[in-house]
Design a binder for this molecule. Structure first.
Ligand SMILES: Cc1cc2nc3c(=O)[nH]c(=O)nc-3n(C[C@H](O)[C@H](O)[C@H](O)COP(=O)(O)OP(=O)(O)OC[C@H]3O[C@@H](n4cnc5c(N)ncnc54)[C@H](O)[C@@H]3O)c2cc1C
Length: 359
């Protein structure tokens, strides 16, 4: 088997093949985890608008636990995921239905879980088994586990030939029973080369990291703010390891084209200004001068910010979506199973529009 791309989806798929004892080669043109999967920390949250995706996230959390054990690394903090804003009331019943430990919290507990947040009395909830994903440690542990199976090489073409799939890369040409293309923003380019047109919205994104003022708290939850109380309705934030810094971003992305050009190059600078303003208003526990920045591409499906689907063609699998870090271990096992000939779960087929609310 082969996997194109060593971002978190490719690494997770390859590791899941390893768990099955299946030989695998992973092609990566750069450093593992340097593209959309780059930078410290991500939010692990169970809450989604689509109950199917809530269930998939519960499955993925269980795989995170198993891999933490196997790899000897804590992959998600124990600090929980907090959400504030009226959307909380719609999230809680879906979480209860899926058996997720989540509950409303009052202002006192909110201040405990998020000591750097300004006073806020509106709706707030805690997802107890959510938390901050240790992204760098996870990429390093999976890369180490794969060892020489991960090669630094750029894939130029993939092509179904005589019941197999041919992969041509900078330094070689090989054939495989099945190939999973986890090439992030390049996945739809490979799909087009085998006649598949994927409805991917390309965009660019920026996130800023701020140092905490004073002592690092023992526990620091992640944050999603849709309240508008502090001037924004799409804020997400997660602590970096050690809780000495907090990475804050807007869930918006600037519009882009498949050729890599941006619709409005100035948007990223606007987003930086909006995040900095938000931090000054909402997070007085942070030093307002950012200590780090993360720019990256994002690939979204038209039916939801959290949309996820897998296209299939003659031994090739093309997973596409956004906010995939939390889904990667569970998705990786499903892609490994499909690469080994098992049926792809119906919910992952494009027509299922996984992630769309109210489907
Ligand atoms: C700032 C930011 C914040 C985010 N926050 C969250 C969050 O809180 N929670 C969450 O779950 N998700 C979050 N996400 C989304 C998540 O990080 C991505 O969905 C996920 O990392 C995508 O992983 P991937 O493996 O699909 O893509 P990538 O990480 O982009 O990996 C694709 C890999 O393929 C390689 N590649 C491409 N073409 C070739 C080729 N021709 N030959 C060889 N290799 C190739 C690339 O070099 C790259 O390493 C966030 C993303 C960003 C950028």
């Amino acid at each position: 088997m082969a996997v194109v791309g060593a971002g978190i989806v490719g690494l997770s798929t390859a590791y899941a093949l390893l768990e099955r004892g299946v030989p695998v080669r992973v092609y990566e043109q750069g450093a593992p985890g340097h593209a959309q999967s780059g930078g410290a920390s991500r939010i692990f949250r169970h809450a989604h608008d689509d109950p199917r995706l809530v269930r998939d996230t519960v499955d993925s959390r269980a795989v995170y636990d198993a891999w933490s054990e196997q790899l000897g690394v804590q992959l998600i903090s124990d600090d929980g995921a907090v959400a504030i804003g009226s959307a909380v009331d719609a999230k809680l019943p879906l979480l209860a239905e899926a058996g997720v430990k989540a509950r409303r919290i009052d202002g006192r507990e909110l201040a405990e879980r998020l000591p750097l947040l300004a006073a806020y009395e509106g709706p707030a909830m805690l997802d107890e088994r959510g938390g901050s994903i240790r992204t760098t440690a996870m990429v390093a542990a999976l890369t180490a586990a794969l060892g020489p199976r991960l090669v630094t090489d750029e894939v130029i073409s993939v092509r179904p030939v005589g019941g197999e799939v041919e992969v041509r890369s900078g330094g070689s040409a090989h054939r495989y029973r099945s190939v999973v293309v986890c090439a992030g923003r390049d996945t739809d380019r490979f799909a087009r080369s085998v006649g598949l047109s994927l409805p991917v919205d390309h965009g660019a994104h920026v996130r800023l990291t701020f140092a905490l003022r004073g002592e690092a708290p023992a526990s620091l939850a992640t944050l999603q703010d849709s309240s508008g109380e502090f001037g924004e309705v799409g804020i997400y934030a997660a602590a970096t390891p050690g809780n000495t810094a907090y990475a804050v971003g807007l869930s918006d992305a600037t519009g882009g084209r498949a050729d890599g050009s941006l619709l409005a190059a100035g948007d990223l600078a606007d987003h930086v200004a909006r995040v900095a303003d938000y931090v000054r208003r909402a997070l007085p526990g942070l030093d307002p001068d950012p200590i780090d920045v993360r720019h990256c591409w994002v690939t979204r499906l038209p039916w939801s910010e959290d949309g996820l689907a897998v296209w299939e063609r003659d031994g090739l699998l093309f997973p596409v979506g956004h906010n995939l870090f939390k889904q990667a271990p569970g998705l990786g096992r499903k892609l490994a199973a499909a690469a080994c000939g098992e049926p792809l779960p119906d919910a992952l087929r494009p027509e299922a529009r996984l992630g769309a609310p109210g489907v």
